[in-house]
Design a protein around this ligand. Structure first.
Ligand code: 13P
Length: 264
């Protein structure tokens, strides 16, 4: 991580916790962060509940002025109209979402989302004043066939073609083989790909965009391995799945500055 970029720790709850459970969870998380002396200026924390929880979590964050950003797990390429089951970026913005995840590998595989669809979603996010977290990552087969950076770079290129250099976006490198497997990438592997992604941003959108855009690592991140990632120059945070559903574990990940100098 570099000084000029505020690290982002993002909890992607996936399809877990209903709206009642989400309220209890966010209350506990807020207490845990407060107890730990969490400083909003040092690390930004965002949660990505299921759509049905967003209003409940928004209300809680607003009522208690909690230091948490809210995000959606997906959005439609369209802003309104006859698109049954889809959720508009307009609606996410109205719920005070700051972020929205686009192109998660589970959307790409479960819903056959192509790079073009992902780019359309990133564009819909930006159009509605949301910051897209653009997920890219290779499968184990891709890794064997093409090495680490090719697939993530190809996926990102399609999105960068659609965005402008002034747009605010985050990139999440999530190797598919590391998601939910308990086998995280090594900090070296994450840094290699993050560096290549930043170089691609620089080529397409210039040095300013490359310097300010945050690149996250995701895939089996835990409190025990976060420090290793955060020590690397081009990794600016984490997109956390399973460990974001455990208050103690997630708040320990957020507290990484306290143990970033320890061996990990
Ligand atoms: P895990 O942290 O459970 O591996 O999930 C990562 C992920 O997919 C976050 O979006």
């Amino acid at each position: 991580m570099a000084e000029l970029r505020v690290p982002l720790i993002a909890g992607n709850w996936k399809m877990n916790l209903d709206h009642l459970q989400s309220i209890a969870f966010v209350q506990k998380l807020a207490w845990a962060l407060k107890d730990a002396g969490y400083q909003e200026k040092q690390v930004e924390v965002a949660v990505f509940p299921p759509f049905t929880d967003l209003r409940s979590v928004q209300t809680l964050i607003g009522a208690d002025d909690l230091p948490l950003a809210l995000g959606g797990q997906d959005l439609s390429v369209h802003d309104d109209g006859a698109h049954t089951g889809d959720v508009s970026g307009v609606f996410l913005k109205a719920l005070d979402c700051r972020y929205v995840i686009v192109g998660h590998s589970e959307r790409r595989s479960d819903h056959h989302e192509s790079d073009d669809v992902v780019a359309g979603k990133a564009l819909a996010a930006v159009r509605n004043g949301l910051v897209p977290i653009v997920c890219v990552g290779e499968t184990a087969e891709d890794l064997e066939q093409f090495g680490p950076s090719k697939v993530p770079l190809d996926q990102l290129a399609v999105v960068l073609d659609q965005l402008k250099s002034s747009d605010d976006y985050v990139v999440a490198y999530e190797p598919v083989w590391a998601i939910g497997s308990g086998q995280a990438a090594t900090p070296d592997q994450a840094e290699t790909v993050a560096r290549a992604l930043r170089a691609a941003i620089q080529d397409k959108h210039g040095a300013d965009a490359a310097a300010r855009t945050r690149i996250l690592y995701g895939g089996s991140v835990k409190s025990g391995n976060i420090a290793g990632f955060m020590k690397r120059e081009n990794v600016d945070g984490a997109l956390v799945g399973g460990a974001s559903l455990d208050v103690a574990e997630f708040s320990a990940i957020v507290r990484f500055p306290a143990h970033v100098t320890m061996d990990s």
